[in-house]
Ligand binder design. Structure first.
Ligand code: 13P
Ligand code: 13P
Ligand code: MG
Ligand code: MG
Length: 365
């Protein structure tokens, strides 16, 4: 049976700054989705990471379904009303357009979806990150699908022999989807030449080369491309199918032990280490550190199990301590050098105005 898995995520308001959604806000999204979804959605799950709410649905309408996207858009709209009533911070923050127009892509919310032919057992993970951007998944995905240091299956499993095809998007191009397809393992030097630049080149999807099955889908929205100005970080989601001819769940999780530095953190303008956290974890230190949660499911005939909370395990306490140390280390240098993003990536226009004023005061001696 063909099943579509659609994850749509947005920040429509949060308590105490950019920390977490209120209970009422979450309830409103859940209630809206359960009321409206019956009939055309097979199953759903709603959770949060930092100040972002993710709606996961399973259905048979294929990717880019207007009905499914509208359901999420309307659920977020309904929740925005609650956010306004409660005076939450950034009510409706990620709903950048007034009206829905067929697809939430380009309207603000992050979308990752895939239509799959269900395997007999169909495990997959929904990753949701806050205070960072889609390039945050570049390194972990590369390592899980290309590097035997993290994916032992590349060496041990005959099913993975053919490797994987990476579809990479140039997210700085705004007139359309500018993409390139590159095959691992033979193109890995080309793949890394692009993926090193997390702000420009982003893994959009990965397919297995043995049967052209989709394995990974990442949201590629850059909010500043949509709004033309800073409105919040892109806070990306990612779906990864696991096991069988794909990396095992543990191989997909393995690179998250690095706590690699990603863009985001305070005001979306800094570099900080990515911290793997339990489901429904709020944001904290310096509006971060950038967080990622993982909900693993099995889906059968479109029906979801309850989520397994992949980073809620004693092993990750050790990693979280390490990431806290890395976060403290980089914060000790405040605004200096690599602690902050490159000029074009700073999410506030204020600094450009300030520099323009200063520029006029410069003299050549
Ligand atoms: P099982 O033999 O328990 O299915 O495990 C296989 C596997 O993928 C372990 O990473
Ligand atoms: P969000 O994109 O998660 O709302 O964060 C915005 C921000 O500026 C945090 O400092
Ligand atoms: Mg926010
Ligand atoms: Mg957020």
């Amino acid at each position: 049976m063909k099943t579509t898995i659609t994850a749509i995520k947005a920040d429509v308001g949060s308590i105490g700054g950019h920390i977490k959604p209120s209970q009422r806000l979450l309830e409103r999204v859940k209630e809206y989705v359960s009321d409206v979804a019956s009939g055309f959605v097979i199953d759903h799950y709603v959770g949060y990471t930092g100040d972002d709410i993710a709606i996961l649905t399973t259905h048979q309408k294929g990717v880019n379904s207007e009905e499914i996207h509208k359901l999420a858009w309307d659920a977020f709209k309904a929740a925005t009303e609650v956010a306004k009533e409660q005076g939450l911070y950034g009510a409706g923050q990620d709903l950048l357009k007034d009206a829905f127009s067929g697809n939430v892509k380009g309207l603000g919310p992050a979308v990752a979806e895939m239509e799959i032919e269900e395997r007999e057992n169909e495990p997959f993970i929904l990753f949701a990150a806050d205070k960072t951007d889609p390039g945050a998944y570049n390194l972990p995905l590369y390592l899980s699908f290309v590097d035997p240091m993290h994916c032992a299956g590349l060496m041990l499993s005959p099913k993975m022999k053919a490797g994987f095809k990476f579809t990479i998007m140039d997210v700085s191009y705004i007139k359309g989807d500018r993409i390139i397809e590159l095959n691992a393992p033979e193109d890995i030097y080309n793949i890394v030449a692009l993926l090193r630049d997390n702000q420009r080149f982003v893994v959009e999807s990965i397919h297995s080369r043995a049967d052209n099955d989709i394995v990974v889908s990442v949201s590629t929205t850059r909010l500043h491309n949509v709004a033309g100005t800073y409105t919040g970080k892109d806070d990306p989601i990612c779906l990864v199918r696991t096991q069988g001819a794909f990396p095992a769940t543990g191989e997909v999780l393995s690179p998250y032990q690095i706590g690699h530095f990603v863009a985001g953190f305070m005001r979306g303008s800094h570099n900080g280490p990515l911290m793997p956290v339990a489901l429904n974890t709020p944001t904290s230190f310096f509006d971060g550190p950038p967080l990622v949660s993982g909900a693993a499911f099995c889906v059968h005939d479109g029906r979801l199990t309850e989520p397994a909370d992949v980073f809620n395990h004693p092993y990750w306490d050790y990693i979280r301590n390490k990431v806290s140390r890395k976060a403290t280390d980089i914060r000790e240098q405040g605004f200096s050098g690599p602690a902050m993003l490159h000029m074009e990536e700073l999410e506030y226009g204020g600094i450009t105005e300030r520099l323009d004023v200063l520029d006029k005061k410069f003299k050549v001696r």
